[in-house]
Design a protein around this ligand. Structure first.
Ligand code: 2P0
Length: 329
């Protein structure tokens, strides 16, 4: 009744921004990401046979409030999915990267939790069911159950059974790809993704155009990834990031996740490209840009990031599937 799983976070090349169903976490559009090694979150779940309150510890602290509630809800879904009688759970989760890095730590956390909880409950490994369960914790977590390049299919069904992450290419497909997170700010963002995307859906006049365009871009990027065309992937990812942020700027109240340092790094990317160094940015709901580059140009891009406001650079490459640890006893 105990299992431990590790999952990587991911960075979307075509972003998820906006839900059509808040409770089931169903998106308005498909999205596509690359799973990020070597960063990971490791989670252990243990059920015992007595009833009682679940115990939730995240990065050494007892979780409370909505953070705890999201974990408890997911554990409840696992209890419903099994015929076994499961009592209270103890859940311990530890990440090896700063939660405020601007990387979606929730993606890795809920992917690891979904797999560890299902396995601890005696359910068989099932990537689709794991992705759907992870999605209920955090939308982007549906893309962290598998490694490499993963498309989260929007789906059409009201119950969400067709809205899950699907691996298109594994991590070995493009080993020379590098994703460099430039930590220009460690401030906690003012508006969480969940709230920001809700405001955008409800108030941005550009929202319908965003959803339609992003769906088309997911289809367009796949052949570029297939042929490992960094320039085509980089250009599409940049454009998609600008469009997500433009849609958010147009919300009421407006949402701006960029800081002056973010723009400075974006400018540097353009200059690097003029000098023949391949570097393109993408940006989630925070100020820290993630630069796409190749192993050959990695050192030059890291140096430029450090010279222009990045206090730390986190170096990533395509990462693998969720790993279930061998039984500890
Ligand atoms: C993404 N983001 O595709 C986009 C781009 C942020 C910007 O997924 O409400 O933490 O838990 O489903 O998954 C961050 O949102 O939001 C996110 P919920 P989540 O990676």
């Amino acid at each position: 009744m105990r299992s431990t799983a590790s999952a990587h976070p991911n960075i979307a090349l075509v972003k998820y921004w906006g839900k059509r169903d808040e409770r089931l976490i169903l998106p308005h559009q498909s999205s596509l990401s690359v799973t990020l090694g070597p960063l990971s979150v490791t989670t252990t779940v243990e059920f015992d046979d007595r009833p009682g309150d679940d115990e939730v510890r995240i990065n050494g602290q007892v979780a409370a409030g909505s953070e705890r509630a999201r974990v408890v809800e997911l554990l409840g879904l696992v209890r419903k999915a099994t015929k076994q009688k499961l009592g209270r759970a103890r859940m311990v989760s530890v990440g090896d990267f700063p939660a405020a890095a601007g990387l979606a730590s929730s993606a890795a956390a809920f992917a690891a939790l979904a797999v560890a909880a299902r396995t601890a409950a005696g359910l068989p490994r099932d990537t689709r069911a794991e992705s759907i369960l992870a999605r209920r914790g955090s939308g982007s977590a549906s893309r962290s159950v598998q490694g490499g390049f993963v498309r989260w299919n929007r789906g059409r069904r009201a119950d969400g059974a067709d809205s899950f992450g699907e691996q298109l290419f594994d991590a070995a497909h493009w080993p020379s790809l590098r994703l460099l997170v430039g930590m220009v700010s460690r401030e906690e963002k003012e508006v969480k993704s969940r709230d920001g995307m809700r405001t955008t859906v409800e108030t941005s006049p550009y929202y319908p155009a965003w959803a339609k365009d992003a769906e088309a871009e997911v289809a367009r990027i796949v052949p570029f990834i297939r042929r490992r065309d960094l320039e085509a992937v980089g250009e599409l990812a940049e454009k998609n990031a600008w469009r997500m942020h433009a849609t958010a700027f147009a919300a009421d109240p407006p949402l701006c996740y960029l800081k002056p340092e973010t723009l400075a790094v974006i400018e540097r990317c353009r200059e690097l490209r003029k000098k023949g160094v391949g570097a393109w940015f993408t940006l989630d709901a925070g100020p820290n840009p993630v630069l796409l580059t190749s192993k050959a140009d990695e050192a030059k891009v890291v140096k430029v990031l450090q010279q222009h406001g990045a206090r730390e650079v986190v170096r990533c490459h395509p990462g693998g599937d969720v790993v279930v640890h061998p039984a500890e006893r």
